[in-house]
Design a binder for this molecule. Structure first.
Ligand code: FBP
Length: 692
């Protein structure tokens, strides 16, 4: 082998360095991509116009606690012409703006900062943006960096909240609000932009109220992959169809799930069980289902609506009402899943892909009762004692002991115990990992942490148990293609037509099913003897043993959790455009002196040329909700609307996607997440269907 010349070595080194650069070709291309701008942002100046046609019912508690912002109207950003020189100077004045990420990451967050940065600098290069580090903690502890063009350019169109990180601390006391105010005043901020979910936008409203007299404005941005910030007016007009990050996360999940469909339908031996994020609402599951057409997708909201009519009728016949008939139980849910597994298997498809939403337990009555009671008990303990419940009782048994002690204490005092004997009995029957899961520490906002619970294991353990029963009953069997059966028998020099009626319950169908009573080699022989096909002392022919074995189902699963991966995905073209325009909108709301408003884009569910930037009054979205065992004023989460087009379409098509028939599976491959929008639909399918 000849040695390289100096020049060749240099060239090789350069090529190796290029190939090993931390910045892939995709990263470089993403960074240089320019999102589209809503037309109005090409104009020089804007103003805010009140839109009084949009109505909300004001919550009386919100009126009491947020008097300074409760009467905010919906504001639309419109082009302003004919401004005086003073007005122009005021619009373009030097501003300092703080920005903070709050809660879980969501694809597109960096573009909100990029949009805000580009716009504020366009009007005044001396304006400055400060990014608080690690979420609200940075705001409380005055930890921040100045955001520069170099920094912004590094993160344009990129996923994660890497630039300034995020955190889940809640600014929920007067003391914390004062600290936040001191930080903002110290930086001489004109405004603070909070990029967060429902809880963080709730925080934004309280800060806006607290900061009102200081003149510092607070603007919220609707972020969360869960897609549960959707704003409608009282008469059902959509103001914000979806939070940012939802599309990218769903597309990323869908891409991975679709890959599983490819693999699963190739080696046809596994059911792939995919748990998909979404703390409460099943929007991500619904979108993933619409994107991939997998065999089974559970929508929590639908389960909550479930009524066991048989049970209800029975109780009615006995002159009573069975309240347990309302809402689905875990047991019944496992039956629903088994039905689909069994039906597919009967057509030779003992494999498949299913999606279980992370928040499904929230919609299962029996579990929800535990969650509410435990939330209250834990919150009460934390309010009374110095030590946190989870530190005081680290082990499961210690926690359970405490539950029993407080209930005994209440009984002794003649009070109705919150944790009664029945709860204890039912709870004890749950598997240990699930008991531990239900007792895990709540997050800063008092939310139950569904992502920490192996929901899919709980459900699938019950499914496996019931499938065993169905196998014993001869109901769960793998159907055999009639032609394959014939080929197999003929190869063994046996007459397929002769044996078919003895073996199968449907001997003439395209997929034949071994008779239910044949559940072992012993019962197979018995059936053949009974039909006169075999003498009692004869050995079972090998071919028939082979046929029986083919019909015996072996239920094997692979479980997957799609959550953090999609949350960290790079944004889709939709989210790149959406978030960049949210950043621009935040600036124009600030320039228009708005506070306590959430930046939003009207018509985001429609074509880009119909997008219109607005500000939505956050205080008007608030209502009282149980948190940490007490009622708190928060923004209401949007859950899947069972009357929406998206759900109705899913419901109408899902039986096709089960593909429990002789035809092929119906899996759909949505392809990878892209930023240029060439091969991807231009908005979430859910939005597309809902806007029809
Ligand atoms: P946000 O509401 O803060 O956007 O976060 C949503 C989410 O991704 C849920 O889907 C999930 O249940 C939860 O965060 C996980 O939280 P954590 O990051 O604390 O594990």
């Amino acid at each position: 082998m000849g040695s390289h010349t100096e020049m060749e070595s240099q060239a090789l080194l350069k090529a190796a360095c290029h190939a090993m650069s931390d910045d892939s070709m995709e990263t470089l291309a993403r960074r240089s991509f320019s999102p589209k701008k809503i037309e109005i942002y090409n104009d020089r100046y804007s103003s805010l116009e009140s839109r009084d046609q949009y109505h909300f019912i004001k919550d009386t508690e919100a009126e009491r606690m947020l008097p300074g912002i409760i009467n905010n109207p919906v504001q639309q950003i419109v082009a302003a012409s004919g401004l005086s020189d003073d007005e122009k100077a005021e619009f373009s004045k030097k501003r300092n703006v703080g920005v903070v990420f709050s809660g879980g990451p969501a694809p597109g967050g960096h573009n909100v900062i990029a949009g805000l940065f580009d716009e504020i600098k366009k009007y005044n290069p001396e304006s400055r943006i400060f990014g608080f580090l690690q979420g609200p903690d940075g705001l409380l502890e005055a930890r921040y960096i100045e955001i520069t063009l170099e920094l912004v350019d590094r993160y344009r169109n990129m996923g994660g909240f890497t630039m300034i990180k995020t955190g889940r601390t809640k600014i929920d006391s007067g003391e914390k609000m004062e600290k936040a105010l001191t930080t903002c005043k110290g930086l001489d901020l004109d405004a603070l932009v909070i990029i967060g979910g429902d809880d963080s936008n709730t925080n934004a409203a309280f800060l806006a109220q607290h900061f009102k007299s200081s003149g510092i404005k607070v603007i919220g941005i609707p972020k969360t992959i869960d897609g549960d910030i959707q704003v409608k007016t009282d008469d059902g007009q959509t103001l914000c169809a979806i939070s940012f990050g939802f599309h990218s996360a769903a597309r990323s999940f869908a891409r991975n799930i679709s890959n599983l469909s490819n693999d699963g339908s190739s080696d046809i031996k596994y059911w792939h069980v995919c748990k998909v994020m979404g703390r409460v609402a099943s929007h991500l599951t619904l979108e993933s289902a619409l994107q991939t057409h997998v065999n089974l997708s559970l929508i929590g909201e639908e389960l909550a609506d479930y009524i066991d009519k048989e049970r209800l009728e029975k109780a009615k016949g006995e002159g009573g009402t069975d309240y347990n008939a309302y809402g689905i139980t875990l047991r019944h849910l496992s039956r629903v899943i088994c039905d689909i597994i069994v039906r597919r298997a009967s057509f030779g498809k003992n494999y498949g892909v299913m999606i279980i939403p992370e928040g499904i337990l929230e919609f299962i009555n029996e579990i929800q009762v535990f969650i509410i009671k435990l939330n209250k008990i834990i919150a009460d303990y934390n309010n009374i004692h110095d030590l946190d419940f989870h530190r005081a009782f680290p082990g499961l048994n210690e926690k359970l002991d405490y539950l029993r002690r407080i209930s005994q204490g209440m009984i002794d005092k003649g009070e109705f115990p919150i944790w009664n004997m029945r709860d204890d009995e039912l709870f004890t029957q749950l598997p240990a990992f699930f008991k531990e899961g239900l007792l895990v520490e709540r997050d800063f906002h008092g939310n139950f942490q569904f992502s920490q619970v192996k929901t899919e294991k709980i459900v699938m353990d019950m499914v496996k148990e019931y499938l065993d029963v169905l196998k014993e009953q001869g109901v769960y069997k793998v159907g055999i293609n009639r032609e394959d059966y014939a080929t197999f028998m003929e190869a063994a020099r046996m007459d397929p037509e002769l044996y078919a009626p003895a073996l199968f319950k449907n001997p003439h169908d395209k997929y034949v099913l071994v008779k239910p009573e044949i559940i072992s080699l012993k019962t197979l022989k018995q059936a053949l003897v009974n039909d006169g096909m075999l003498d009692a002392e004869d050995e079972l022919p090998e071919a028939l043993v082979g046929i029986f074995k083919k019909s015996e189902p072996d239920f094997k699963t692979q479980t997957h959790f799609y959550g953090y991966d999609g949350r960290g995905s790079d944004p889709t073209n939709f989210d790149c455009n959406y978030t960049y325009n949210l950043g621009l909108t935040a600036f124009h709301l600030i320039a228009g002196n708005a506070t306590g408003q959430m930046a939003a884009i009207l018509n985001v569910e429609k074509d880009f040329d119909q997008w219109e930037p607005i500000g939505i009054p956050i205080a008007k979205l608030m209502h009282l909700e149980e948190r940490k065992g007490r009622l708190e004023l928060v923004i209401e989460k949007s859950i899947v609307d069972l009357q929406s087009n998206a759900f109705k379409v899913f419901k109408a098509l899902r039986e096709n996607w089960v593909a429990a028939g002789p035809g092929p599976d119906r899996f759909r491959n949505p392809g990878p997440v892209t930023f240029d929008g060439c091969t991807e639909e231009d908005r979430p399918l859910m939005l597309k269907l809902n806007s029809l």
